[in-house]
Design a protein around this ligand. Structure first.
Ligand SMILES: Cc1cc2nc3c(=O)[nH]c(=O)nc-3n(C[C@H](O)[C@H](O)[C@H](O)COP(=O)(O)OP(=O)(O)OC[C@H]3O[C@@H](n4cnc5c(N)ncnc54)[C@H](O)[C@@H]3O)c2cc1C
Length: 437
C-alpha cells in the first residue's frame, strides 16, 4: 500500500464555510476578524471576574439557578446542545476565526483542520459546562491543559480562543443566541479558561515525550503491532491512552492505548488497525518503520480500576480495544489481591483478536481471570463463541453487581452499554473511552 500524499488542498478548504474560503494558498484563513464579545473576556489574574449575567428575571415557573456560575454553566449546556449537530462546520469556523486572530496557531494544526479543531473546541466547552462545580472543573482542567500543551498552545492564546469561540457560537446558535446567552458564555469561558491559562503559564515539564519505534510487526493487511521505546518513561497508568504523532503525518495527533501495563524500561506496545480512508492509522500500519521518532502526548482516559474496589469486574473489548484491557489485566496480576474479573474479547474475524493469546496465558495462570472470545465470522469456532459481543455478554450472566469497562469502537460501546443497561447494570457502574469522538 503506498502512502497517500498530504492533501494538496489548502488547510481545511473542503470543510470551510464559503465566506471564509480563499482562492490562493495563504496561512490566514479569514478576511475579517470577528467583533469582540459584547462582554469582555476576562481571564483571572489579569482583570476582575465579569459581572453576573444581566438576564431578564425568570418567570415564576422557571427554575432559578442558585449561582451565576450555575446559570452560566446551564446556558452553555443548553446552547451547546443546539449547535452540536453542526459541530464540524462550527469547528471549521472556530478554527478560521482563531487563525485570523492568532495566525501563529495555524502552524500547530495539520492540513485538514476539522478533527483537531473539533477536539480543541470540545476541550474548551467541556470545562465551561462545569464552572459551577469546582471539583469537576479541576478534574477537567488538568488533562486538558496537558493536551493543549502537547498541541503547542501558549497561555497568551486563550484570549483569541475565547473570541473565536464566541464568534463561531454567535454565528451557529442562530435564534438561541442573545445578549444574556453571550454574557453567560463569556462568563463560563473566563472561569474555565482562567485556570487553564494559569496552568499552561506555570508548567515547567516538557509537554511531550519522544520515543523511537523499535518494532513493527504486521499481523495482516490492516493490523500491526508496534513497539516504541520512549526516551524517558511516560508516566501513564494501565488502561490510559496517549496521543501520538508520527513523522509520516505531522501534527495529526491520534489517541492510542498501550497494550502493556507500565514497564520499568518504559517500552510501549501499540496494536493498530488501519481504518478505511484513515490518514494516520494506515500510515502506522503500512509505513511506520523501526527507527522512526514518534512524539508522545500526555496520558489520559477513564479506563482504570481501583485496587480497593469491592465489586467483581467485567471488561468487554472489541478488536484493538483489547489493548487497554490486556494492560489492565497485566496490571491486576501484580496486585496483592486482584479483583475477580471476566473479559469478553470480540471481533469480526479471529485475526481481530490480537491480544487473545496473551489474555489466555494470563487466564491460565490466574484463577481470578475468566476469558471468553467472541467472533461474528469464525467458521471453525474452536476458541470463540458465535455472535456479537453485546449478545454474548448478556447471554452469559447477570452483570448488575459488576464494575464494567468497555473498550472499542463507539458502535460496539453503544450497543454493549445499551444491552447491559436494559439488563439491569446501573449506569454509574459503566466506564468507557470510545475509540473515536
Ligand atoms: C481513547 C482512544 C483510544 C484509541 N486507541 C486505539 C488503539 O489502541 N489502536 C487503534 O488502532 N486505534 C485506537 N484509537 C483510534 C485512533 O485514535 C484513530 O481514531 C484511528 O486510528 C483512526 O485514525 P485515522 O487518522 O486513521 O482516521 P481519520 O483519517 O481520522 O478518519 C478516517 C475515517 O475513519 C473513520 N474512523 C475514525 N476512527 C475510526 C475508528 N476507530 N474506527 C472506525 N472508523 C474510524 C472516520 O470517521 C473517517 O471516516 C483510539 C481512539 C481513542 C479515542
Amino acid at each position: 500500500m503506498s502512502a497517500e500524499p498530504l492533501s494538496p488542498e489548502e488547510p481545511g478548504d473542503r470543510d470551510r464555510p464559503a465566506a471564509v474560503q480563499r482562492p490562493a494558498r495563504r496561512l490566514t484563513p479569514v478576511r475579517t476578524v470577528p467583533p469582540p464579545p459584547t462582554t469582555p473576556i476576562v481571564l483571572p489574574g489579569r482583570h476582575t471576574a465579569p459581572e453576573q449575567a444581566p438576564d431578564p428575571a425568570p418567570g415564576p415557573a422557571a427554575e432559578v439557578p442558585a449561582t451565576p456560575e450555575a446559570h452560566a454553566a446551564r446556558r452553555v449546556r443548553e446552547t451547546w446542545d443546539e449547535v452540536e449537530p453542526q459541530i464540524d462546520e462550527l469547528a471549521c469556523w472556530f478554527a478560521a476565526l482563531l487563525f485570523s486572530l492568532a495566525p501563529e496557531v495555524r502552524a500547530l494544526f495539520p492540513a485538514r483542520v476539522t478533527e483537531p479543531a473539533r477536539r480543541l473546541l470540545r476541550s474548551i466547552v467541556l470545562p465551561m459546562t462545569t464552572v459551577d462545580r469546582p471539583d469537576a472543573l479541576r478534574a477537567h482542567v488538568e488533562p486538558l491543559v496537558r493536551e493543549h500543551r502537547a498541541l503547542g498552545l501558549r497561555a497568551e492564546q486563550y484570549e483569541a480562543i475565547g473570541v473565536a469561540l464566541i464568534g463561531a457560537m454567535r454565528r451557529f446558535a442562530g435564534e438561541h443566541w442573545d445578549a444574556p446567552t453571550e454574557h453567560a458564555w463569556v462568563r463560563a469561558f473566563s472561569l474555565a479558561a482562567g485556570p487553564m491559562e494559569q496552568a499552561v503559564r506555570a508548567a515547567a515539564d516538557p509537554a511531550v515525550a519522544e520515543g523511537t519505534v523499535v518494532g513493527h510487526r504486521r499481523l495482516s493487511w490492516d493490523l500491526a503491532v508496534l513497539h516504541v521505546a520512549p526516551d524517558v518513561p511516560v508516566p501513564h497508568r494501565a488502561g490510559q491512552y496517549l496521543t501520538v504523532e508520527i513523522p509520516q503525518r505531522p501534527r495529526m495527533w491520534r489517541p492510542l492505548s498501550p497494550a502493556t501495563a507500565p514497564r520499568p524500561d518504559g517500552l510501549l506496545e501499540f496494536h493498530v488497525r488501519a481504518v478505511e480512508g484513515g490518514w494516520v492509522s494506515r500510515a502506522m500500519v503500512a509505513h511506520a518503520a523501526t527507527g522512526d521518532r514518534w512524539r508522545l502526548g500526555p496520558p489520559a482516559g477513564r479506563l482504570g480500576l481501583d485496587p480497593h474496589g469491592t465489586r467483581d469486574v467485567l471488561m468487554v473489548a472489541g478488536g484493538t480495544g483489547g489493548a487497554p484491557v490486556l494492560a489492565l489485566c497485566e496490571d491486576m496480576a501484580r496486585w496483592p489481591r486482584p479483583r475477580p474479573c471476566t473479559v469478553f474479547l470480540g471481533g469480526r474475524v479471529p485475526e481481530d483478536l490480537t491480544v487473545l493469546d496473551r489474555l489466555q496465558a494470563l487466564a491460565a495462570e490466574h484463577p481470578w481471570l475468566a476469558l471468553a472470545a467472541v467472533c461474528e465470522d469464525d467458521p471453525l469456532n474452536e476458541r470463540t463463541l458465535p455472535g456479537t459481543l453485546p449478545d454474548a455478554v448478556v447471554r452469559s450472566g447477570d452483570w448488575s453487581g459488576h464494575d464494567v469497562l468497555l473498550s472499542g469502537s463507539p458502535a460496539m460501546i453503544r450497543a454493549t452499554a445499551s444491552a447491559l443497561l436494559v439488563d439491569g447494570v446501573p449506569l454509574d457502574h459503566i466506564r468507557y473511552d470510545p475509540f473515536a469522538e
